[in-house]
Design a protein around this ligand. Structure first.
Ligand code: AMP
Length: 465
């Protein structure tokens, strides 16, 4: 059989795995800073879940879903996005009855869309995102943008563009739809087939059309800001005010509509391009929505939410482009059994060292010392432990610092301490942005006390001069 993967999917191999872990770890940490809890709805949902929320007029529902009948004849769909499933899970489990509102959920996992594969566009890709559901507040809307910007900042991105817009509430959108219908009705014959359907289902979607000729026509379309009610305008201005207060740089893009039907009010995207100028599309997109809970039979009086999703493959492509280098999983020590008779002792020692917290590997059959050293180097080991028969009889082992090439015999009873010393020598210094000034009483007040020792310089994030 040809070992070929499904078109548009990709394997996450050893070298890429640390990048996925990096994004996931930072995303989870930021989620806990903002009070979000992890949620993981199934990859497979009944198809209705997406039709009635993601929306019948969205490209996703119309063209991109992996939908099939299961063996029981039920139509099921591989999730094309998370919001619908997360809200469905909140309602199925009545989370709003048992938890404080807003429900703040974050997620990380694969989504599936039958799209044309290209740079930054896959048929299976990973999304990391949040949903805050059950409260209606400009603070919460602004917080979603802040969360996104902070997470990207901590990941180390530079030069990203944040775009925001307001779609307004139902009344504003209805007025705008009418204006768009009016604008496009005598131009539609000249536009793509998709846009014909879009005009019927939801003329806003025309603004998302990727056909250059249609985009040119759409440039002359009326912009949404002119149709916002006073109330919607005031809400948007509040959000922008909070973002200004937090020094978030953004641009208001009145053509930003997002491709999912449930959005109303704030919408936002973050964009980045590679050093070669390749546009990766939106790194993330999100916004405010009303009415999703009740789509699933949830309560109407708390039926508001805000969220966003970032595309992890796109983030990783840009992180690499911006120079982030993460090593493939490396080890601390490579254990080298010298001769068949030392294997069993090494096997036991490796386990002891691992349980003491050291990353250790060893060969599983005897080879020459030279090939052991090559393996140690390939695995990024900092220390080689050479276990000769004589040393083991003497309850000791040769310890070689692979950076300095220094080697000495160490008693096994001293081994943990020796490794601790050797491996902490090249532990990276902790930088926290406090500028390195001394903390008054020599005591660090940062919560996790990272690497700060009494009397040293302060590494606390919240240090005031
Ligand atoms: P959406 O759910 O359409 O709002 O998309 C949110 C984010 O998911 C986008 O900004 C992308 O970063 C990512 N994304 C969407 N579709 C794809 C895809 N086909 N391949 C890779 N990433 C995607």
């Amino acid at each position: 059989m040809n070992p070929i993967n499904v078109k548009g999917t990709h394997d996450i191999l050893f070298a890429d795995a640390p990048y996925y872990q990096y994004v996931r770890n930072i995303f989870s940490e930021v989620a806990s800073l903002y009070g979000y809890s992890y949620i993981e709805p199934p990859t497979l949902e009944y198809t209705d879940v997406f039709i009635h929320s993601t929306g019948e007029s969205s490209d996703i529902v119309r063209k991109e879903m992996y939908t099939f009948d299961d063996k029981g004849g039920r139509s099921v769909t591989m999730r094309p996005e998370f919001t619908a499933g997360v809200i469905r899970a909140m309602v199925s489990n009545k989370l709003y009855a048992t938890h404080d509102l807003p429900l703040k959920a974050y997620y990380f996992g694969p989504a599936y869309r039958y799209e044309r594969p290209q740079l930054g566009r896959y048929r299976q890709f990973i999304q990391a995102g949040i949903e805050a559901v059950g409260a209606d507040s400009a603070f919460l809307d602004a917080e979603a943008v802040l969360f996104a910007v902070s997470a990207l900042g901590i990941m180390g991105f530079k030069g990203l563009k944040v775009k925001v817009n307001s779609l307004g509430g139902k009344e504003s959108r209805a007025a705008y739809r009418a204006a768009l219908t009016d604008f496009f009705k005598d131009k539609i014959d000249d536009m793509c087939e998709d846009c014909h359907t879009r005009l019927e289902l939801n003329p806003l979607r025309i603004l998302d059309c990727k056909v250059p000729h249609d985009q040119e026509i759409a440039k002359g379309a009326p912009t949404l800001d002119k149709y916002l009610t006073e109330e919607d305008k005031a809400r948007f201005e509040k959000i922008l005010f909070y973002l200004n207060q937090m020094n978030v740089s953004y641009e208001v893009d009145t053509s930003l509509v997002r491709g999912l039907d449930y959005y109303g009010g704030l919408v936002f995207e973050v964009h980045g391009s590679t050093s070669k100028g390749e546009d990766l599309g939106a790194l993330l997109g999100g916004g405010h929505y009303d009415g999703l809970l009740s789509q699933f039979g949830g309560p109407e009086d708390i039926d508001h939410g805000v969220g966003f999703a970032m595309g992890v493959e796109r983030l990783i492509a840009l992180l690499k482009d911006q120079g982030l280098e993460l090593p493939e999983s490396d080890i601390d020590c490579y254990l080298m059994p010298m001769g068949e008779d030392t294997f069993e002792a090494c096997f036991v020692l490796a386990q002891d060292l691992r349980m003491a917290g050291f990353k250790v590997d060893m060969p599983y059959k005897a080879a020459k010392l030279g090939s052991y050293f090559k393996k140690a180097e390939k695995r990024g080991a900092k220390v080689a432990l050479i276990a000769g028969e004589n040393e083991l009889k003497n309850d000791s082992i040769q310890v070689k610092n692979l950076a300095t090439q220094e080697q000495r015999e160490v008693k096994l009873s001293e081994l943990l301490r020796t490794l601790d010393d050797l491996l902490s020598e090249d532990e990276p210094e902790h930088h926290c942005g406090c500028g390195g000034h001394h903390h008054e009483d020599g005591h660090c007040c940062c919560e996790d006390d990272h690497h700060h020792e009494e009397g040293q310089q302060c590494c606390c994030h919240h240090h005031e001069e």
